[in-house]
Design a protein around this ligand. Sequence first.
Ligand code: SF4
Length: 191
Amino acid sequence: MLQLAEIFYSVQGEGTWTGTPAVFVRLAGCNLSCAFCDTDYALAFFASVDEVVERVRAEGGDCPMVILTGGEPLAQRETRALIDALRAEGRRVHIESNGTLPTDLPDDVWLTVSPKERLAPAMAHRANEAKLIVDGRVPDEWIAAFPAATPMFLQPEGNKPANVALAVEAAKRAPARLRLSLQTHKFIGVR
Ligand code: SF4
């Protein structure tokens, strides 16, 4: 059984796919325990792979995009089976990971890596995009950890003006490498 926190239909608020409707499947639990974590990934219910697929259909109809997030979605043994079941339904699977758990993923799975206290090099190389949290400083050490061609988003913690200013200045200094990503879903009052 999969351990889940919530499943809901909304729009992606961050990164490359900002504004795209998506069903979010938030898996419970995380292999890290970051002091600044503001995500409620507590266990709310158990469900089989088939039950999650059914719930995705009930929430989002034929919405192509399904985002597996957490917590850490790759920390559960059955996540791979869920990925395959969703793909078999014709969904486009996106994963939002902290990048610590090396995992073989199908080529058509979109991987967003947001590194925290450590990062597996294999996941940095597999990432389709990187999301770096700016909280009082720009994490330059993570910028260097990703291949030069990886789209890299600076995301100001809490959309706070001081963090936004740091991110904007960093992006202006490295315009070929960095982009600003705001948590747009928070501006429009959706999850
Ligand atoms: S990796 Fe992400 S979800 Fe996990 S504890 Fe850290 S901030 Fe929270």
